[in-house]
Design a protein around this ligand. Structure first.
Ligand code: DHB
Length: 407
């Protein structure tokens, strides 16, 4: 393989820091936050501006344990004030509502609190605690990860050049990670699956139509009704991966959503202007190993799940919780061998989440070209889920998350 040319021209600043974090989304910032609390300095960089990250809508469901971790570490008081605890969700099958009672079935709940807000809380906390985060950087290069002296070089938003000399580099650079490419090809395995459908996501200016989330399976395809504020709602419906947002005026969006949730109970969505529309393609992906030399991958950089069930952020925050503990040990008397503990502790949950997200996606979506057998089988499966206590309990347990390593 030809060596990548490295720009070794002098930089404006060289900073020695135990941990350099590439990616300052929720995973990167939560890691920096947890390390900071343990007295370990870090510097985080991100290609995107703070505004770009804040305005990219993502999922909105936090496991109760994740919410508790945010609260207990001082970045979650807004969750308690502005978030909403949900003790169940509705599965609508062929227009019939079935409540999955998380509390009764799994002794658990989740919090509706959007990922963009988690990000804002973490970015504010970094500022408040004096942590260094560079947003809007370019020309990022991660070097020497096969050694114990890795470096990150980048151009800051103001055009100045910087080099971080670290003990460890964390790749928390999301589903289009470049850090993961630094694990040499012959030492890595990539697992994945593509889906023949996508989600059409909208923000609608309207009062909420349901107190809890509604996941709808219908002959017309999947729809998900979620909420944001009293005046703004988040909704998704299954579409083709190459769907064009220009082809979807408000009336067509509402007709599609209404058809997918309609039922004998007369349920209807309260309509209003569509504020935003996006097509969200998705896939399943895992790269192993999650550690190579002094590089550790966390969150979407190491694994991506389809959005059904909202596992992505929860999984990323679990990774960094485990990773923060491992890094603190590795930078102390235990040294580098402690890094070996990261992957086994993170990966079990990664594969559970891969399974659950894939399962819930296949359970609720109608694949194009599905045979009548496949459609009838799927209705049989849905009947097993909503029509038996074990089925409902399975969904409730997986959806609300698994106890983390330390709980
Ligand atoms: C939301 C997104 C999801 O993928 C999901 O399963 C539940 C809720 C949301 O954006 O609110």
């Amino acid at each position: 393989m030809p060596a990548t040319p490295v720009d070794e021209t002098p930089v404006d600043t060289v900073t020695e820091v135990p941990v350099a974090v590439v990616g300052a989304g929720p995973a990167g910032l939560m890691l920096a936050h947890l390390l900071g609390r343990a007295g370990v300095p870090s510097v985080a960089v991100d290609l995107r501006t703070r505004r770009e990250i804040e305005t990219t809508h993502r999922a909105g469901i936090l496991e109760a344990d994740v919410a508790r971790d945010l609260v207990e570490t001082g970045v979650g008081d807004r969750i308690l004030r502005e978030g909403h605890e949900h003790t169940g969700t509705e599965l609508r099958v062929a227009g019939r509502p079935h409540r999955i009672d998380f509390r009764e079935l799994a002794g658990a709940s989740v919090w509706l609190y959007p990922q963009t807000e988690v990000f804002k809380d973490l970015a504010d906390a970094r500022e408040r605690d004096g942590g260094t985060v560079h947003f809007g950087v370019r020309d990022t290069e991660v070097l020497d990860v096969g050694t114990t002296a890795p470096r990150v070089r980048f151009t800051a938003a103001d055009g100045t050049r910087h080099e971080l000399r670290a003990r460890c580099v964390v790749g928390a650079d999301g589903s289009r990670s470049t850090c993961r490419d630094l694990v040499p090809e012959r030492h890595r395995t990539r697992h994945g699956a593509e889906y023949p459908f996508a989600w059409f996501g909208v923000m609608a200016q309207a009062p909420s139509s349901a107190a809890e989330l509604v996941y709808a399976h219908s002959a017309h395809g999947f729809a998900l009704i979620s909420q944001r504020t009293e005046a703004v709602q988040r909704m998704y419906f299954q579409c083709a991966p190459d769907e064009r947002v220009e082809d979807w005026p408000d009336a067509r969006i509402w007709a599609t959503l209404q058809a997918r949730v309609a039922g004998e109970d007369g349920f209807r969505l309260t309509e209003g202007p569509i504020l935003e529309r996006t097509v969200l393609r998705f896939r399943s992906f895992v790269q192993e190993p999650m550690r190579w030399g002094s590089l550790l991958l966390a969150g979407d950089a190491a694994h991506t799940v389809p959005p059904t069930g909202a596992r992505g952020l929860n999984l990323a925050l679990h990774d960094v919780k485990v990773l923060a503990g491992v890094l603190v040990r590795a930078l102390g008397p235990e040294g580098e061998p402690a890094l070996d503990d990261y992957q086994p502790a993170a990966l079990r949950r990664v594969w559970r989440a891969q399974h659950f997200s894939t399962w819930m996606t296949r359970l609720l979506h109608t694949p194009p070209g599905a045979t009548p057998f496949e459609l009838r089988r799927q209705l049989g499966e849905l009947d097993c889920v909503v029509g038996t206590r074990a089925g409902r309990a399975y969904l409730a347990e997986q959806y609300t998350g698994w106890p983390s390593a330390d709980r």
